[in-house]
Design a protein around this ligand. Structure first.
Ligand SMILES: [Zn+2]
Length: 143
């Protein structure tokens, strides 16, 4: 296990204990599924296909960026199960984006237009990749 990952595991554990997961939005509907079926975009409002495609591209680019940075050897658990992305109007103003567990990523719709959202995408998706890899056995191997 790389040191950077270890540090993030410790941070993640601390954050998880300190902040309970937000509840999932209940009124979401599936708006779009990426051609590779990995990414589903859900929303609490109608989102047209062009916008969904643009969000999907940015998200998948960020996911691949994280993947290259981490050089994960177990690619299978990175891409299965699929990722559920929730683009929300109903998100609280100070909650820009949050990864929940291993398969859900929530982001405020309005925040997607902010240039800082690029970094948030990459940051939060790393949490999902870490959790998937740790559940794949790396943590036990390390301990
Ligand atoms: Zn974080």
């Amino acid at each position: 296990m790389k040191v950077s990952l270890l540090i993030r595991v410790i941070l993640l554990t601390t954050i998880t204990i300190a902040a309970p997961h937000p509840t999932l939005a209940v009124n979401c509907e599936l708006q779009y599924v990426s051609p590779d079926k990995f990414l589903g975009i859900w929303s609490d409002h109608k989102t047209n296909e062009d916008k969904c495609k643009s969000i999907a591209k940015r998200t998948l680019d960020a996911y691949q960026f994280d993947n290259r940075q981490e050089s994960w050897t177990n690619q299978n658990i990175l891409w299965n199960p699929p990722l559920r992305m929730e683009v929300l109007n109903s998100m609280k103003k100070d909650d820009y984006g949050v990864a929940v567990g291993k398969g859900v990523f929530m982001i405020a719709n309005s925040y997607l237009d902010d240039s800082l959202s690029e970094g948030t995408l990459a940051h939060e998706l790393t949490h999902i990749q870490d959790r998937r890899q740790l559940d794949g056995g790396s943590m036990l191997g390390f301990l």
